[in-house]
Ligand binder design. Structure first.
Ligand code: UTP
Length: 288
């Protein structure tokens, strides 16, 4: 079945990016001039997604405003003849069919995904974490959808993480079935370095079937007191449901982390036609 719907959990508290995220959604932090969530929405659309649900929380209204029409701004831009940026602003409000729901308490990623149960209905769907910004020639979600179509089973994105940093991720135990595609045996959320079953971390792109909702209903708070999606996946694995993981072609930036955000900013700025050359010159002259 075609993947038409994507869910963006965006209700987290963004504690790693305080104080910026005290009153501003982490998802609206900008890489150069675009909020993180816009990169994700553009990737979804480029991957064939038609309908998006953003799971928001308190103090997240600016996300909705960003994808809405802004009459006053558009009128001013029109009057000033700023046609190019006017088109860009206008296009944003028409980029996809976007709806919103609220996660009333930040009880974890699994709980945020559960809020999408009605929206998803009876079809497979994508989950995209907006602070994982993908820099890929072929849209990252599109690559994952291809694997889903081939194996007709849920699939999650993975990448290798060296050393102790693996403890910050969900980690899979898996067997390679073709280059860069793995059949998952087990998944653990934020294991201690010495307990991690491999160096393969789960990153923020998933294709699930609606079965995940029943599993989430049974999931008790796990690591960090949060309802963890890894625990729901594990329940399905124990029931013998197949799950795959895929290493994607491209670079993943953790823009919800201060250092990751700075790296992503530099990388994206260097790629910009309008800024890249000047910015490169500036960087070259830094006395490091
Ligand atoms: P993160 O763990 O990166 O986000 O969750 P966080 O909890 O906001 O950030 P820190 O760790 O405190 O800095 C990944 C994604 O899941 C969403 C977040 O908004 C983010 O996009 N999320 C997380 C929810 O929607 N609800 C939650 O309860 C937790």
């Amino acid at each position: 079945m075609k993947i038409r719907k994507a869910v963006f959990p965006a209700a987290g508290l963004g504690t790693r990016f305080l104080p910026a995220t005290k009153s501003m959604p982490k998802e609206m932090l900008t890489l150069v001039d675009k909020p993180l969530i816009q990169y994700g929405v553009e990737e979804a659309v480029a991957s064939g997604i038609e309908s998006i649900l953003i799971v928001t929380g308190r103090d997240k209204a600016s996300i909705e405003n960003h994808f809405d029409i802004s009459f006053e701004l558009e009128q001013v831009l029109r009057e000033r003849g700023k046609t190019k940026i006017l088109e860009e602003v206008r296009a944003l409000s028409e980029i996809a069919k976007i709806s919103y729901t609220r996660q009333k308490q930040a009880l974890g990623l699994g709980h945020a995904i559960y809020q999408a149960k009605e929206f998803v209905g009876d079809e497979p769907f994508a989950v995209m974490l907006p602070d994982d910004v993908m820099d890929a020639k072929t849209p990252a979600l599109g690559q994952l959808i291809k694997i889903y179509e081939k194996y007709d089973a849920p699939v999650i994105a993975t990448m290798q993480i060296a050393g102790e940093a693996i403890s910050r991720f969900g980690v899979i135990d898996a067997e390679e079935v073709e280059p860069n595609v793995f059949k998952i045996r087990d998944v653990v959320e934020k294991p201690k370095f010495e307990d991690a079953p491999s160096d393969m971390a789960v990153i923020g792109r998933y294709i699930f079937t609606p079965e995940i909702f029943a599993a989430l209903e049974n999931t008790k708070p796990g690591a960090g007191g949060e309802i963890q999606v890894a625990d729901a996946i594990r329940e399905l694995l124990e029931k013998g449901r197949p799950f795959y993981a895929a290493k994607l072609d491209g670079v993943r930036h953790d823009a919800g982390d201060k250092l990751g955000f700075l790296i992503a900013t530099v990388e994206f700025a260097l790629q910009r036609e309008d800024l890249g050359a000047d910015f490169r010159e500036y960087l070259k002259n830094l006395k490091l």
